[in-house]
Design a protein around this ligand. Structure first.
Ligand SMILES: [Fe+2]
Length: 175
């Protein structure tokens, strides 16, 4: 984390023993750093080493409308996300390319980065910085039924925190 603070002059927006979020500009976060000693405590050092690196790169879309359109389009092509999670600060869908490289498509939940950072520094995010899973097919049908998408964007409670999904939390292939 110190390296990103020194090299990017990045500011810590949230840090707990497991996760840290840093930003160097108006965006609420540019880096998310996971501590594998906390998230994968039972792994040996060698196994952890195999997980170190870029976990995913994120692209921000303009609206939940766009995110759901993109989901429906990709679903038509047989491409489905491996993790749909309402992070509290973003509604996100994570995809893997055939080589396992991970991409996140996200939509901001708050109208401004300042409001997002405010949420990140508050108690709800401290309690659940990962978020709550949702079913994109359910959201598509709700949209079809005329649901207010703004209500889907609203931050969820910490009641059922999602596990972190993707390569970081999968058992590393033994080699
Ligand atoms: Fe992300």
């Amino acid at each position: 984390m110190g390296w990103y603070q020194r090299v990017f002059d990045a500011e810590v927006q949230h840090a707990d023993p497991a996760l840290a979020f840093l930003s160097y500009d108006d965006e609420h976060h540019r880096f998310a750093i996971a501590n594998l000693d906390v998230l994968r405590p039972d792994d040996r050092e060698r196994e952890k080493k195999g997980l170190v690196g870029v976990d995913h790169v994120a692209y921000t879309l303009d609206s939940l409308e766009d995110l759901l359109d993109s989901y429906a389009e990709l679903r038509e092509k047989g491409i489905r996300p491996y993790w749909c999670v309402h992070h509290g600060i973003t509604v996100s869908m994570y995809y893997k390319d055939p080589d396992g490289n991970q991409t996140e498509f996200q939509v901001d939940c708050f109208p401004s980065s300042d409001a997002t950072v405010g949420y990140m520094k508050g108690p709800a995010f401290a309690e659940n910085p990962v978020g709550v899973e949702y079913d994109p097919d359910d959201w598509l049908s709700r949209r079809k039924a005329g649901a207010d998408l703004a209500s889907l964007l609203m931050a969820k409670t910490a009641a059922d925190a999602s596990p972190i999904r993707g390569a970081m939390m999968e058992t590393p292939a033994s080699s």
